[in-house]
Design a protein around this ligand. Structure first.
Ligand code: ADP
Length: 293
């Protein structure tokens, strides 16, 4: 069973921003969600694991190998889909993948063709393989990004915010492809979208301001909130009174009023009714709502 272990990872950028403040995580095979708002430190962590940048202190070991001391070793076993993945718009998907496969050391043209076709099929782009990448939709581009990340059969796959900007249909299609990837390898999916974790991940962590606030599996984390959530429809003008008195984890407008969700170990009073928890409640109960940008 492969394992990625992150210990006391710290990173402060030269502008003084503390992006990682002692991150500890143990990640096993399967799909692991790294959930947090913008600016939480997800990309910094992903880039550090991918050996693209270095932390100030702390260690990362993958399958017993020290990542910072054995960069080439890790790169051979790593697939990475960065957040701002972009490529030459005037090249076809098949030509670009062929090029990447050559860079990965597949020198035999026949073997290369087979590998490229295999991955194009896997991400449902085989039919459109000759189209220029510039003509691809957002979802197609992300699927192409997965194909390039999978070349070389990585046993550590990192995808940074892959569903941001996809419409619901494209997102679903992408989920179907991602859901198969967690077998026999570690996949880390960084995201600010709670549904990504709900749909795909067997384990997840919530990261905020460079710190891991919670690690759990999604089902257990939701169960932990059973009998703790209460909802009430209030007037907007009463909001402050409730936030002063209770832990209001979220609020949303409903027909001109505000529906609030309060976390409390017992029914606050008879004007509240109980609410079944879901994963977004876990998220909001972990990260203060006014700190989510
Ligand atoms: P996330 O991926 O969760 O949005 P990031 O890792 O991109 O978070 O950013 C964490 C914090 O570090 C943010 O405050 C961001 O502005 C800052 N940051 C990220 N990259 C740099 C950089 N190269 N130089 C300075 N600050 C950075």
């Amino acid at each position: 069973m492969k394992e990625l272990k992150i210990d006391s990872l710290m990173k402060t950028y030269s502008n003084g921003v503390q992006a990682l403040r002692g991150v500890n995580l143990t990640i096993k095979e399967g799909m692991f969600g790294l959930l947090g708002p913008n600016g939480a430190g997800k990309s910094t962590l992903m880039r550090t694991i991918s050996t693209l940048q270095e932390a100030d202190s702390g260690t990362i070991t993958f399958d017993g190998i020290d990542v910072t001391k054995n960069k080439m070793e890790i790169r051979k076993r790593l697939g990475f889909l960065p957040q701002d993945f972009d490529f030459y718009p005037n090249i076809s998907a098949v030509d670009m993948l062929n090029h990447f496969a050559r860079l990965k050391g597949v020198t035999n043209p026949k073997e290369r063709k087979e590998i490229v076709s295999y991955y194009l099929n896997k991400v449902n782009l085989f039919e459109v393989k000759k189209k220029h990448l510039g003509s691809y939709s957002g979802g197609m581009k992300q699927r192409f990004g997965i194909a390039q990340a999978l070349l070389g059969e990585p046993d550590l796959l990192i995808v940074d915010e892959p569903t941001a900007g996809l419409d619901p249909k494209e997102r679903n299609h992408f989920y179907n492809i991602l859901s198969e990837l967690g077998e026999n390898r570690i996949v880390i999916l960084s995201t600010h979208i709670v549904d990504d974790v709900n749909e795909l991940c067997s384990e997840f962590a919530i990261i905020h301001k460079g710190e891991v606030l919670l690690t759990n599996n999604p089902i257990q984390s939701v169960e932990d909130l059973n009998d703790q959530l209460w909802k009430k429809l209030i007037d907007k003008s009463d909001m402050k009174q409730y936030t002063d008195q209770y832990k209001v984890i979220s609020s949303r407008l409903q027909a001109g009023k505000v529906q609030i969700t309060v976390q409390n170990s017992e029914l606050p009073d008879e004007t509240f009714s109980s609410k079944d928890p879901d994963l977004s409640d876990v998220y909001f109960s972990t990260i203060p709502a006014d700190e989510i940008v």
